[in-house]
Design a protein. Structure first.
Lengths: 624, 454
């Protein structure tokens, strides 16, 4: 029996990193939104690594911020150590990563949600989604309360039919010993959502006083801290903790090898597909048997706790084995486990059933986001949550959904990969996944996405004005630098030679010197008498845009080529089996993925260039 | 749209060959290779429907003389600017000219691409569209069939060796960049430079050996099959006009595949004579039989030889069945003997049937007619093997250019992200041949080789 409680525009199921972004975005765009969570005490929890950012993930956070999402600001408010990774490998792969205070981050995000106008938080387990005429009409909780809604976003993370494995013990559970979501899977199946099982894992948390820090390598944060959010003031940010590095050894590996038969992964009890990029320690030792040691990071979970996280040591071996192998590690001889490592299996959808808006192709108003869509990672989840939230709100207002192209962002690349190529194991973002790395830098996320954030309605007038002003300063300065000729001088040539590049004999455009990899915009300050006073962020853009101009324009040509292909729209109701000349494999793949345009069709594996040509001709024939 | 070029006449030795260039830059490309005798004529300034006589030159070297015909958009077959160069026909010369044109910025045309453009530019009616799609998909399928043949080829294998080595480098770079906190060895400038120099050296050798006249042997890849002693080698010798295969009456004389290019009427056949297909205990010969069966699967045309003077056997039937659906001609040999062979029962498997005597040469001209019927001379569909090969060459060339740029960028001190993009680009050209994409291949490489992740 169910009973009516209330009506909303959008229901968000799950309040992890995807759910929170989705709910905030929907509410901010004026949709009356309800956010359901099994426990209010786990909003925006980090059940794994207490860290945000990293390679490509840091890019995602900057992009979320540029579009008007929350994760970047929350990370800036709650970080305890910050580092820019990959300095020295080129600006395209600079990646910001912070250690965050887990409890503070949860409290912060919960409070942001509580204060958001138009957003209600409910502690309840949604067990049913009701549809009429293949459109979402309501959601029902375990207690029978029915909420009429126009759209629902599923962001259930690892809670959906969650099953934890530790050695030969298995039990139904959400992450961090929370209650799992039990009923929703059956309801989803009954309305036509296909589900599958994925698996992930987390290492143990140990007590600070049981670690001998003197035996570990120390890793400090950056002196010059860069924030995630384009709105955060860079002054006053500081590191308050250090992280540490330790190594496994032959003894550790021996303990693991001797007990490998007690792992549920090797006994075959886990059916879910685990991530390739996040192997458990037993996986690493079996697959990379020749490695004498593996590195692990020991990271604080927050300022008001003595729990430490052991990055790199996720495991589903029994508890006694976990204790035994950890104690073989130098510095952890007396380690005390507070929370043991475990593997968790959960239900997720096949993202090939989604559109680029993250709405299900077969159910109007139903959206998926985060781990439910087959990804892994807080940042990947938040990025999808933001897009699903925006689109659910637009759906309620009868507006067309927004989609991001691969060339606009890592968010667009992420979603395109999921929807067009699908994933066979939990998907993690990497810089190598983007063919447009040189234009999708973390430093220019605002240039790429803030105009869209403004048009959508998540970026305030004030912030947009500031953004426009910044762009104006950048463009004016680039123009000035390109027009300015520096005469040769002893001093200038001294600098050039010192930096390892050829001296000049005649006058040279300042931009030509900046194009030399050895010389930066900043280096030339003393030779540039009419240089205006500019912010760090402006100077950085001037330097990068000039230095990488050649590469950038090369990538822009490719972008243009792909854009043209994407302009050729494919009708949604094509019967691919009726198109003469398509190969059988292409017919099947196209029918499964149902691409929206020729560009997407060409990215599907199994669709050959000849098939694409056939589609182009078929399309032209239809137009006549 | 890009500018494309291809040989538009049948790929065989003939009086005159025509190379067609179509697209925005067709005339500028033509101007770089064609030099009219009348000094005041410039191809890029010629009017539509006009011709010029002149030389086709690669730098200072005159390759051939010929006629250039210019068509101006939209009044051309494709509806684009078109330049057609008529030259003197030899396969070798024609291909050299095509190569020159491609090196000046045209792309090799895909099967049916001229016709496809004609359609897209409104030069054809809707009902013709389906025909075009058929041509393209046939081209695509033929390429797929050829793919297995090409993967046997030296060119492909060597390109694959290079692309695997570059992929390893890209995997190391990706792991090092995407997992800065893991225990991944840093990639050094030397490592990048060594790999790219190796790659370019290999590609250079590859491209020069590919150019050096081997193409003379090109033509229709044809295999002669039949059970032992039906006269395959005699037929081969008849066609090639010399004692190429050892002919004896002991079954199983031909063990290796003997190859020869022969001219049959207007067409060049690239003939392979194979060991007879039958069950044998001789280990060496058995290898030959395996080779023959493989060749049967990959050849463009099959000449299946049967002995008219013998009863039809299991082996004959099995050979006939493997010819089904292919460009296969039944050659009924020994027409001078009493005819015991029941051809009717297997005739459905063949497109054409020819009765001849390989020994005396009687009836050989009918074979030429049969081949011409199958290849419908005059069709402008270039053969798939040619396209695939030319594409392999073009890919290798482009990859080499990208790698060279990467080497320069690295030497000038550019950052890894920029160098990486150039290597990606080059690798993508090489991977095009196997239909992979660098980004996916690299991600797979990272996970299979490196122990990364939390």
């Amino acid at each position: 029996m169910s009973y009516y409680i209330d009506s909303y525009d959008v229901a968000v199921i799950g309040a992890g990193h995807a759910g929170v972004e989705a709910a905030l975005a929907a509410a901010r765009l004026g949709a009356r939104t309800v956010l359901f969570t099994i426990s209010l005490d786990n909003i925006a929890n980090m059940p794994c690594n207490p860290s945000i950012g990293g390679t490509a993930k840091g890019h995602l956070v900057r992009e979320i911020d540029a579009l008007g999402g929350e994760m970047g600001k929350a990370a800036d408010a709650c970080f305890i150590q910050s580092r820019m990774l990959n300095r020295g490998k080129g600006p395209a792969v600079h990646s910001l990563r912070v250690q965050a205070d887990r409890v503070k981050y949860h409290n912060h995000m919960k409070h942001i949600c509580e204060m958001q106008e138009g957003l209600d938080l409910k502690q309840a387990e949604v067990t049913e989604i009701r549809t009429e005429n293949e459109k979402v009409v309501s959601v029902v909780t375990a207690l029978g309360g029915e909420y009429k809604v126009k759209a629902a976003i599923i962001a259930t993370g690892t809670y959906l039919k969650g099953l934890i494995h530790v050695g030969d013990v298995s039990y139904e559970s959400g992450p961090d010993s929370t209650l799992p979501s039990r009923g929703l899977s059956d309801s989803l199946k009954s309305i036509g959502v296909k589900l599958r099982r994925f698996k992930t894992g987390t290492p143990s948390r140990v007590h600070r006083r049981s670690i001998n820090f003197d035996l570990l390598e120390k890793q400090n944060g950056d002196e010059d801290i860069q924030p995630f959010s384009f709105e955060t003031d860079r002054n006053g940010l500081k590191n308050v903790v250090s992280c540490y590095i330790a190594y496994t050894n032959e003894e550790t590996h021996k303990v693991i090898r001797e007990n490998i038969s007690r792992s549920p992964m090797y006994s075959g009890r886990i059916e879910g597909v685990g991530p390739r990029y996040c192997p458990s320690i037993e996986d690493k030792i079996v697959r990379f048997a020749d490695r004498a040691r593996h590195q692990l990071f020991i990271e604080p979970m927050g300022l008001e706790t003595d729990e430490y996280y052991l990055q790199g040591m996720s495991s589903s071996l029994p508890e006694d084995v976990q204790i035994a192998f950890l104690r073989t590690i130098k510095g952890l001889e007396n380690v005390e486990i507070m929370r043991n490592a475990y593997a968790i299996e959960y239900d997720c959808c096949d993202p090939q059933d989604l559109k680029h808006t993250l709405e299900f192709k077969n159910i109007g108003g139903l959206y998926g986001a985060g781990q439910f869509n087959g990804t892994s990672g807080y940042e990947e989840a938040a990025a999808q949550g933001l897009i699903a939230g925006i689109n659910a709100a637009r759906y309620c207002k009868g507006q067309e959904g927004i989609t991001l192209s691969r060339s606009s962002s890592y968010i667009g690349t992420l979603i395109d990969d999921l929807v067009i190529k699908g994933c066979t194991d939990p998907y993690r973002m990497m810089t190598s996944r983007s063919e447009y790395r040189l234009i999708l830098r973390q430093d220019n996320a605002d240039e790429r996405l803030t105009p869209l954030g403004y048009r959508v309605g998540l970026i305030s007038e004030e912030r947009y004005e500031k953004f426009l002003e910044k762009q104006r300063l950048i463009n004016d300065e680039i123009k000035r630098v390109k027009g300015k000729t520096l005469p040769p001088s002893e001093k200038l040539n001294e600098l050039l030679e010192k930096k390892g590049t050829a001296p000049i004999s005649g006058g040279i455009k300042m931009s030509e010197l900046i194009k030399r990899p050895q010389i930066s915009y900043e280096d030339l300050a003393e030779f540039d008498d009419d240089r205006p006073e500019l912010f760090y962020e402006v100077k950085e853009q001037v330097n990068l845009q000039i230095e990488y101009e050649g590469y950038i324009s090369r990538q822009m040509m490719e972008v243009e080529h792909v854009r043209k292909l994407e302009e050729k729209k494919l009708p949604a109701d094509i019967d691919y089996k009726q198109i003469k000349g398509l190969s059988l494999e292409a017919q099947e793949k196209l029918d499964r993925v149902r691409p929206e345009n020729i560009g997407q069709a060409g990215r599907i594996s199994g669709v050959s260039p000849a098939d694409v040509s056939v589609l182009v001709i078929w399309l032209a024939g239809q137009a006549k | 749209m890009s500018t494309i070029a291809a040989i538009s006449t049948p790929h065989a030795a003939g009086g005159i060959s025509v190379i067609r260039i179509s697209g925005e830059n067709a005339l500028t490309v033509a101007e770089k290779v064609f030099f009219p005798s009348s000094k005041n004529k410039r191809p890029s300034e010629m009017n539509g429907y006009t011709c010029a006589y002149g030389n086709i030159c690669d730098g200072d070297t005159v390759l051939d003389d010929g006629i250039l015909t210019v068509f101006r958009a939209p009044n051309s077959y494709t509806g684009e600017d078109v330049a057609e160069i008529s030259c003197h026909g030899g396969i070798f010369i024609t291909e050299q000219i095509l190569r020159l044109i491609l090196s000046e910025g045209a792309e090799p045309a895909e099967a049916g691409e001229f016709t496809k453009r004609a359609f897209l530019n409104g030069k054809m009616s809707l009902t013709q569209a389906e025909g075009v799609m058929d041509i393209i998909s046939a081209g695509g399928k033929a390429e797929l069939c050829c793919a297995s043949a090409l993967k046997e080829g030296a060119l492909f294998r060597r390109i694959k060796t290079v692309s695997d080595r570059v992929l390893r480098l890209l995997g190391s770079l990706a792991a090092w960049v995407d997992y800065p906190e893991d225990d991944i060895p840093a990639v050094t400038n030397e490592e990048i430079n060594d790999t790219l120099c190796y790659a370019n050296k290999q590609l250079d050798e590859l491209l020069s050996s590919y150019d050096s006249g081997k193409i003379l042997r090109k033509g229709i890849d044809t295999v002669i099959v039949g059970k032992p002693n039906v006269g395959k080698s005699t037929l081969m010798n008849l066609l090639s006009g010399c004692e190429r295969s050892i002919v004896t009456e002991i079954a199983g004389t031909t063990r290796d595949i003997v190859e020869e290019s022969v001219r049959l009427g207007d067409i060049v056949l690239r003939l392979s004579d194979t060991a007879g297909i039958h069950f044998t205990n001789d280990i060496v010969e058995n290898e030959g039989v395996k080779l023959a069966k493989k060749k049967l699967g990959t050849a463009e045309m099959i000449l299946a030889v049967f002995d008219l003077g013998a009863e039809i056997s299991e082996e004959d039937i099995s050979i006939a069945e493997s010819c089904k659906g292919k460009n296969a001609i039944a050659v009924l040999n020994k027409s001078d003997l009493d005819q015991k062979f029941d051809f009717q029962s297997i005739s459905d498997n063949f497109k054409e049937c020819v009765i001849l005597s390989a020994g005396s040469g009687e009836g050989a001209e009918k074979l030429a007619e049969a081949v011409e019927k199958i290849y419908k001379l005059g069709d402008i569909v270039p053969d798939a093997g040619m396209i695939v090969n030319e594409r392999q060459r073009a890919c290798a060339e482009k990859a080499k250019n990208s790698f060279s740029e990467a080497i320069c960028a690295l030497a000038s001190g550019a950052t890894f992200d920029a160098v990486n993009i150039l290597i990606d680009e080059g690798e993508n050209f090489l991977l095009e041949l196997t239909g992979e994409r660098a980004s996916e291949a690299v991600v797979n490489e990272v996970f299979s080789r490196f122990c990364v992740g939390k």
